[in-house]
Design a protein. Structure first.
Length: 79
């Protein structure tokens, strides 16, 4: 197995991705909370804010799964 396939070599990258995604999601949540009335006055902004929040939490969840300890890694084999 090469070094690129081991999960331990990607742990620091996954932690950096999860940290950046969590920070961006938190900033979006705080900004939307502060100016909620202004955001709700435009019909297109609430769905866009929700979509942006989902796009920020997707790498957060992926980074958390990748950096979780004790996970067995199996190489991919086609059927």
């Amino acid at each position: 197995m090469t070094a690129a396939c081991t999960a331990g070599s990607w742990a620091s990258f996954a932690l950096a991705v999860a940290t950046a995604a969590a920070t961006l999601a938190r900033l979006l949540f705080v900004a939307a909370s502060i100016s909620l009335q202004r955001i709700l006055s435009f019909p297109n902004l609430p769905p866009r804010a929700g979509q942006t929040l989902i796009l920020f939490t997707t790498p957060l969840i992926a980074g958390l799964f990748l950096s979780s300890p004790g996970r067995a890694v199996r190489p991919w084999r086609p059927n």
